[in-house]
Design a binder for this molecule. Sequence first.
Ligand code: BG6
Ligand code: MG
Length: 216
Amino acid sequence: MKKGFIFDLDGVITDTAKYHYLAWKDLASSIGIEIDLVFNEQLKGISRMDSLERILVHGGKEQAFTLAEKEALAHQKNTHYVELLQALTPADLLPGVKAFLDEARKNAIPCAIASASKNAPFILDKLEVTDYFNVIVDPATLKKGKPDPEIFLKAAELLGISAKEAIGFEDAQAGLDGIKAANMFAVGVFSGEELHGADLLVERLDELDVLDLIRR
Ligand code: BG6
Ligand code: MG
């Protein structure tokens, strides 16, 4: 029997990827780098600084900035991103999420958020779903980002369950690889991009029956 659910946030609970993309695209173009939606796929699940590094490599500018300048660029992107997030409301929950969380709560299955985003608490608050989560892992406490399993293992530890008792939910390949490396059952939330290695693929969370799922 599985005993807890561990969710990625961006792309699983809500679609903030479009806002990340807009903010990175603006930032990149301010330093003479163009990015498109295909390139943006590589940034999903990846931390803010690692995303910036990938953009700089993409634009052939990996040596062009000091660490302090890179921190300022990442800050600039985040300021824009947070401005875009102000418009979030509970209507921005992805279809089926609320019903699934209600079902988990009804069956007393504890839930955690394992997101690379330092904005996760703010986003959950805007979506009015903070109370559904027993645990929100603080990515600032981690040594490695996804695809390392650390964030998922930390979430399981904080939920008080073993990896084998956890089910992870992810929309990005880096995150899915992290769940599998943690030895957990992985639900891939498919949004049009190919996902490899999921134990189960769905388009919406309410395709799943909570009681069937925990028996896997
Ligand atoms: C992940 C997103 O959830 O969080 C990434 O998929 C993002 O695109 C990362 O870079 C970090 O987010 P933030 O909000 O801390 O910049
Ligand atoms: Mg995601």
